[in-house]
Ligand binder design. Structure first.
Ligand code: SAM
Ligand code: SF4
Length: 475
């Protein structure tokens, strides 16, 4: 048997919570996979229908290599049909690593005396953002430890500081957040600053495993974290990201729980999460746990393919925790967003290329893709992808964008592809090396055929306007 799932009886689980560990295990333990069923489920997904938990469990329980290949092939087809060749790019910016929690897996945890602690001041934030803009970044996710210093007002302040930094043609057009759970009032304060997505990972959805890994501070409260995005919704933030840290518990349990979380948000607020993240546990400064539930590369790719099929209209994020090899493979069948040119050291971007080796005491964990943004874009172009820095939907108030991409006929041809082309043209003009610029213009030329005929003349005009140094024109 490939997996040895452990059965727990959770009796102390709050009635409020929407995760019932026994129920999730029941789906996994009582569901059988066979070729006919797997094919029916893939067909359902390709028919643009969301999968039920039981159907996702069938895919998760599939171990026959040929059927796994069919699942991956289904995900590849779906990804091409729904998203085309676009890949959206962003970068993380660590604002502060003080933390009063003690998460055993994290380099920032309070008991780690080796960690070098720092909160960037406004001047340092500005310098970091200028360095990011100089690389061509347009979308950032700001990351914070959980600490009384990082109040909603403080988070909102840092978001405003970032939006105000304009260097040359550079500007940040979308600021997402990864920070601790807030109360409803707190979420309202942060929303006011004009954030994009508020992202919180449950780490592990299994209550007992959660208790084991979280040994101090407010993060010990499983329910407070699980219901964070409900409070965000109540505060009017309808753009939220969920995730689990893979390696803490059985990956099939976490995958099904993520889908349960999607169901909960859809049922209660009529809007699913904008993105799902599935970081795999990496080495961290003085980390003192073994990776008990290590997820192999094969299982990881399988997981991504299954998530793609299960929630076709939700963005899937893959970060530089993964090597460029894994990223390349995963992008083909499910990923819609990646980071590029990532540095996790606080203050690391302004150090530029000259910075020596990674220093784990300055970072939350180790990353495995150290390529520059230019290099990442180069390789995306080589792979036939269309790199995009688009921020149009959120700025035009078209929220629930992934749902629209999926369900509104012609949406991609009308908005997504033209906006990807325009933001790539800006990147080429302002930041690309000559080789990448040449590949970029070829990609733009090729993708013009993907644009609705009705909008093509206007798009061609706008590309000329970008060549004439106009910026930030989008559909
Ligand atoms: N302090 C906030 C929190 O805990 O939600 C911010 C999040 S933390 C800076 C961002 C995410 O990194 C965490 O939610 C966790 O999933 C992930 N992370 C922590 N330690 C990690 C490790 N050793 N390897 C990979 N990812 C890790
Ligand atoms: Fe702090 Fe977040 Fe790291 Fe936990 S994961 S120690 S809360 S920074």
């Amino acid at each position: 048997m490939l997996f040895k799932p452990q059965k727990y009886t959770i009796s102390d689980i709050s009635k409020q919570t929407f995760i019932d560990a026994d129920e999730i295990w029941k789906y996994i333990n009582n569901t059988k996979s066979n070729a006919q069923r797997v094919r029916e489920i893939i067909a359902k997904s390709l028919n643009k229908q969301r999968l039920a938990l039981e159907e996702a469990a069938v895919l998760l329980n599939t171990t026959n290599p040929e059927l796994i290949e069919e699942i991956k092939q289904g995900a590849r087809t779906l990804k091409t049909n729904v998203y085309g060749k676009r890949i959206v790019l962003f970068a993380p910016l660590y604002i502060g690593n003080y933390c009063s929690n003690n998460c055993l897996y994290c380099g920032f945890r309070s008991s780690n005396k080796e960690a070098q602690r720092l909160t960037l001041n406004d001047k340092q934030i500005i310098q970091e953002v200028e360095a990011l803009e100089d690389n061509g970044q347009k979308r950032l996710i700001l990351v914070y430890g959980e600490h009384r210093e990082y109040s909603p007002e403080y988070i909102a302040h840092t978001v405003r500081v970032v939006y105000n930094v304009k260097k040359g043609n550079g500007e940040i057009r979308r600021v997402n957040i990864n920070a601790a759970p807030l109360d409803v009032e707190g979420f309202k304060v942060v929303k006011e600053a004009g954030i994009g997505t508020y992202q919180i990972f449950q780490e592990t959805y299994h209550p007992k495993a959660y208790k084991f890994y979280h040994r101090g501070g407010k993060k010990m409260d499983y329910d407070w974290r699980l219901t964070a995005l409900d409070r965000a919704m109540e505060a009017g933030i309808d753009d939220v990201g969920i995730g689990a840290l893979f390696g803490l518990y059985d990956w099939r349990f976490e995958a099904l729980s993520l889908l349960r979380h999607v169901n909960h948000l859809e049922a209660c607020y009529n809007i699913g999460p904008h993105t799902i993240s599935f970081p795999r546990l990496q080495a961290a400064s003085s980390r003192d746990i073994d990776v008990a539930y290590k997820v192999s590369d094969d299982d990881f790719l399988r997981l991504i393919a299954i998530l793609r099929l299960a929630v076709p209209y939700t963005g899937l994020i893959l970060t530089a925790r993964e090597s460029d090899r894994v990223r390349k493979e995963a992008i083909a069948f499910g990923i819609s967003q990646i980071d590029g040119g990532t540095k996790l050291e606080l203050g690391g971007y302004q150090e530029g290329e000259s910075k020596p080796e990674q220093d784990l005491n300055r970072e939350q964990f180790q990353i495995n893709d150290n390529r520059t943004l230019n290099k990442v874009i180069d390789e995306l172009l080589e792979g036939g992808y269309l790199p995009s820095f688009c921020t149009a939907c959120y700025r035009r108030g078209r929220t629930g964008e992934h749902f629209m991409e999926f369900s509104v006929p012609g949406f991609i041809k009308r908005y997504c592809t033209p906006n990807a082309i325009l933001t790539l043209a800006e990147y080429i003009r302002d930041y690309a090396t000559p080789e990448v610029a040449a590949k970029g213009w070829t990609a733009i030329q090729r993708n013009l055929s993907q644009v609705d005929d009705k909008f093509l003349p206007e798009l061609l005009q706008r590309i000329e306007r970008i060549k004439a140094d106009e910026r930030d024109i989008y559909f």
